[in-house]
Design a protein around this ligand. Sequence first.
Ligand code: ARG
Ligand code: ZN
Length: 881
Amino acid sequence: MRSETAPAIRLEDYQPPAYRIGTVDLRVELAPSETIVRAVLSITRQDGTHPGTPLELDGDDLALVSLTIDGRVPGQDEFNAAPDRLELFTPPAESFELELVTRLDPDANTKLMGLYRSSGTYCTQCEAEGFRRITYFLDRPDVLSVYTTRLEAEKDACPVLLANGNLIEEGPLGDSGRHFAVWHDPHPKPAYLFALVAGDLARVPARFSTQSGNEIALNIYVEHGKEDRCAWAMDSLIRSMRWDEEVFGLEYDLDVFNIVAVSDFNMGAMENKGLNIFNDKYVLADPETATDQDFANIEAVIAHEYFHNWTGNRITCRDWFQLCLKEGLTVFRDQEFSSDMRSRAVKRIADVRLLKSHQFPEDAGPLAHPVRPRTYHEINNFYTATVYEKGAEVVRMLKTLIGDDAFKAGLDLYFERHDGDATTIEAFLACFSEAASTNLDQFSRWYEQAGTPVVTAETDYDEGSKTFTVSLSQEIPPVPGQKNSKPAVIPLRFGLIGANGNDLDTGAPEGTRLQGDVLILNKAHQKITFDNIESRPVLSLLRGFSAPVRLNQSLSQDELVFLAAKDSDPFNRWQAVQTLLMKDLVRLTGETRQGNRAAPSSDTIAVIGNVLTDASLDEALRAQALVLPSEADIAQEIGKNVDPDAVYEARQQLRKAIAGAHGAEFQSIAKSAMPNGPFSPDAASAGKRALANRALSFVAVSELAGAAETIWERFAAAYNMTDRISALTLLVHDHLAKEEEALATYLKRHESNSLAMDKWFMTQATAPGAETLAKVRALKTHPLYDAGNPNRVRSLLQSFATGNPTQFARGDGAGFELVAESVLEIDRRNPQVASRLLTSFRSWRALDPQRSALAETALLRVSSFENLSRDSRDIVDRTLQ
Ligand code: ARG
Ligand code: ZN
């Protein structure tokens, strides 16, 4: 028997809650396998709710010890308690007090939702629906309550006791060896923002004084011995707090801001009010164990969670369909922060790469959904690239469309009008509509329609009339369950470039909506004619990636080469290089598949040569331009009947051809770009390292004498993780001499550091070559691997499934089998991690017939499993649909 699919929850069925919970008083007596939670809830019937309407509270795996209503023990006929639900048939008066005592087993909680222990530390994760694993509750984001939390625990085991808000009392509990702390959070909040932490942790303190002069105590709590690795996170926090004041006028609102790093965490981090809990990989960093990418990620995630204090906590979501209200906006905010801290162009390129590699395939496959979904079976499966990354793009487009000033005014209005609310996308958009005096009804389709619009652009120059015509059209390819997509409002930033490389001053053509350098496409087809154009210009379209669309523009090879050299927009310059590379890669893949031997185009090789030597581009930009489209990117571009082996061959062929043509330059850049002197994680130094390591990746496949030795020497001499892991990856992925020795050396050096070991697992799991499968199987039993730890699972299995296309999609189906079997193993213990791993099948229909049949077999095997979790059931059903 196959497990049932959970019923669908629909946006259109939303009803406001029948009861409110004004205050929540918790007393949590912590013990590893028997924690007692006493919750006193003050409950009020809402206006408009019929007296006597039953009260239904959510639960999940709960054991009720006792309950009283206004101090009275109710009769058996007055309520019904099940693990997933508590119902009071006829609640007494308009307001009453419900006292609930539940018993929890934190040590047995392997789902890492609700209250659990991570390396001995008690911690919680309540978003989205974890609070109901602590006590019965109206566990929905539109029920806002003031929480007071009293924690009791053994003083030796748990000297640190933390919860949301400000500490109001603490002390010993007689001479029992136990002690207590009481925290009070004055800001009403939904249950998903509740958190507690208790354990034996080290504290790294700092202070921040706000614009208006409030002194805030900042603390990062980590396992003892890891204090030295918190400096970057603290520095990032302080910069985030300052930036939010300066850019958005938003100040922090409690006396203390605590961050706790834990090693077992399902997601990246969580914005619990005043008590952010982080996956330790987004806190801990030093040059020895963290890469430049890790430093950048920490800066971004620390900022993201801090920014949620306003966009998410002060103003929260009415229901979970509105998740993008807080996530899209907060990602937009953290992207802007990183852009201000680093290089805007490089950050934009990195963000678009992420969007295209993660969100576009999601939007093109069976798991496609609108930024604001209308239905779900399991909300945890909607923390997606679409909600987060596309959600941020939609906010960015809004800014482009209405302009910086109106955008700022709209946000100010949003904060003023909705502070303290649990609200909706409609209410959010209304603020901008008012501030800009513009109608955003058509714009709101970005929240409603799934699928990536394809914009097609054709140009025509008429010598006689001196006119340049741009014909634009838009269309959303078919999306499961979505008929008749309607035209969206698409802001297209553009320039017409003259022969000298300068942008022409075009003015607004007749009958078109044009705002500065932004063309607004809001119909299925549109024609725009520019007058007085003396000679044929080159159209640079979608500058800065001004909309999350696929652009289908008929640029000639010469025009692409021109843009790659001349476009004043750094993003589109980068894009032109990528387009040239991609064109070659798609052609080479086709030829490889036919058994033909073709050569990369000389243009591509020459363009790369120009990038290499262009001193006007900074190192980070040059490094970005030298990153070849990934195998997954190429597969996506091909779209159907994909043979991952041919893709891999073609990509290697291009890489070798580029290395062959520019080997000497690469060798000299690998030496000269490398920064010397002590390590600094700043963007400029990171850019230099990125360029040097990128150059080295071409040296590795060049025919140059001593190439393999060079890589080994780089590995052996590396004094920071960025350089060490870059070299190790080349040694292992290109099967260079001393590959095994390098892996052994790395293991020895980092075996006591699990985050560094994740990189070791990942490097091996993503290595091309048939032997990887057996290696991954063997690594599943490695003493340092732990199937219960989400970071380990992601580093070994998720990276195999998403970062190793030839081996995951092996022609014998063994890669799919390995992942399917692992999903089933993990699902019993941690459904969220399992269902996430299962999403790696999402593009299975794009594979060639033999491989897609094998993928389907693996999916059916998962689907036939009796006790599949709701999370995995939802993903497998949708993937197969
Ligand atoms: N709100 C968190 C963040 O984006 C993510 C929490 C996700 N939790 C989950 N159970 N899916 O910062
Ligand atoms: Zn978030």
